[in-house]
Design a protein around this ligand. Sequence first.
Ligand SMILES: C[S@@+](CC[C@H](N)C(=O)[O-])C[C@H]1O[C@@H](n2cnc3c(N)ncnc32)[C@H](O)[C@@H]1O
Length: 200
Amino acid sequence: MTEHDERRRAWDRRHAEREHIESGEPDPVLVGEAGPLPPGRALDLACGDGRNAVWLARQGWHVTAVDFSSVALDRGRRRAAEAEVEVDWQAHDLLTWIPPEGSFDLVSLVYLHLPPDERRVVLRRAARALAPGGRLLVVGHHRRNLAEGVGGPQDPRVLYTEEEIVAEVPGVVVERAEARRASHGGGQRVDAVVVARRAP
Ligand SMILES: C[S@@+](CC[C@H](N)C(=O)[O-])C[C@H]1O[C@@H](n2cnc3c(N)ncnc32)[C@H](O)[C@@H]1O
């Protein structure tokens, strides 16, 4: 078994062990950023159990949701059926899959934590998947979360700062790049948030 297969299986186990990896609710940053946008075509990368993909579909977006965990995708399908919305669920490993270029008005990556070399590859492909005028949204645990926040991965290599994300997605106009605090499990967490737009 390759290392990638092992990682996928580990994520399948994590999804099977709990009802939700994050929460049952859509990510509040995604809700805040995508809420005011006119619905179009969205690509949710590392969609997990579909909390964000289903919320986007409910707002009228045509959503493609990608994850390599079949357990997560099955949850997403059930969630979409309950919400009576359509989502195009696709099983891919983001380290090898190349999304269609120039195709999406919104590409989201919410709490995907990879080592820097892998993150750079995924981010570049995510940016290339944007249609002209499309927005890229990246939300994840900030490296400062280790000392200042609760939860999230404890390996500093897979955490990041907003500056690192900005440096890794060339060819876009950065609209927002910041560290943001949010309530989490009785404490606070620190997230890195980047919103960038491909020139129209
Ligand atoms: C912390 S969860 C976040 C899920 C979702 N974005 C959310 O906010 O609820 C991270 C997700 O990334 C997926 N993932 C990790 N590495 C991946 C890869 N190489 N290819 C595809 N999905 C991956 C996992 O299966 C998991 O569902």
